[in-house]
Design a protein around this ligand. Structure first.
Ligand code: A3P
Length: 276
């Protein structure tokens, strides 16, 4: 094999697989996929395919950081690699594991108004159950979210995951507040550009994402994305129609979440203004 002397080699920018410098840690059903795809509009962002689940699954975590790195996309130096695995947020071991990999990593947490998130979660679970062997007619959201005596079932998973302060405290015990950006998922739906501009600043990216990257699709009822190389809407499983929920139950849940939301606001030092 003939080898050119080192000084004759042409220098091309070198692509390689790098560990992420930013992670979308959750929350599920708050727009984690939309957020990742929207950030990918930026030329300095590369994204991992799928959900990697390295830090939350012991079988994956035990494979080591090199296994994780090989799940990452090719990137050039100066680019930022991002992955999203929404269950990181609620898994107790994850903050310390991420910190052990990179103590200065940037974390993105996308949240939505908790009752809407719970209904979205229910809608997804029901859609998934519909494809599994039937175990009787599906229960309504109201039946699952409330006990027979009408009190809120805080341990119904879609409700529990919306109690954000139960999980955020662990992250703030490990990471500094400045390393964590809280993304408003309801605003990402209505006005993606304003939210993405905050994120570009947080990630120290030059402002590149603008109105021209989005167009509203009436049929889907959501914004779709485009740039020089892509033009796409998110899949049908993103932006499902939610079942109608009894307004009295919505009110009861809003009351239930009111104090939990206050605790969350106190921990993050931000008031997201959710109704109660
Ligand atoms: P719904 O399907 O309940 O409306 P995740 O990717 O974390 O599972 O979040 C899914 C949610 O992303 C959807 O919940 C939807 O509301 C939200 N979303 C935000 N922007 C969107 C977009 N442009 N297209 C589709 N869904 C979007």
């Amino acid at each position: 094999e003939y080898r050119f002397p080192a000084h004759h080699r042409l220098r091309f920018p070198k692509a390689s697989r790098r560990l992420p410098q930013a992670i979308i840690i959750g929350v599920r059903k708050c727009g984690t996929r939309a957020l990742l795809e929207m950030l990918f509009l930026h030329p300095r962002i590369q994204k991992a395919a799928g959900e990697v689940h390295f830090f939350d699954r012991d079988d994956n975590y035990s494979r080591g950081l090199d296994w994780y790195r090989r799940r990452m996309p090719q990137s050039f130096s100066g680019q930022i690699t991002i992955e999203k695995s929404p269950s990181y947020f609620v898994t107790p071991e994850v903050p310390e594991r991420i910190y052990a990999m990179n103590s200065s990593i940037k974390l993105l947490l996308i949240v939505r108004e908790p009752v809407t998130r719970a209904i979205s979660d229910y809608t997804q679970l029901r859609a998934n159950a519909a494809t599994a062997p039937s175990s009787g007619p599906p229960k309504s959201f109201e039946q699952l979210a409330l006990h027979a005596d009408g009190s809120v079932n805080a341990f119904y998973r879609p409700i529990a995951v919306s109690v954000y302060h139960w999980y955020i405290h662990r992250w703030l015990e490990v990471f500094s507040r400045q390393q964590l950006l809280i993304v408003n998922g309801d605003r990402l739906i209505e006005d993606p550009v304003s939210e993405l501009q905050r994120i570009e600043q947080f990630l120290e990216l030059e402002p590149k994402i603008s109105r021209s990257n989005f167009y509203f699709n009436q049929t889907k009822g959501f914004y779709c994305l485009r740039n020089e190389t892509t033009d796409k809407c998110l899949r049908e499983s993103k932006g499902r129609k939610h079942p109608r929920v009894n307004p009295a139950v919505i009110n009861k849940l809003r009351q239930f979440f009111s104090e939990h939301n206050q605790k969350f606001y106190e921990l993050i030092g931000e008031d997201l203004g959710w109704p109660d």
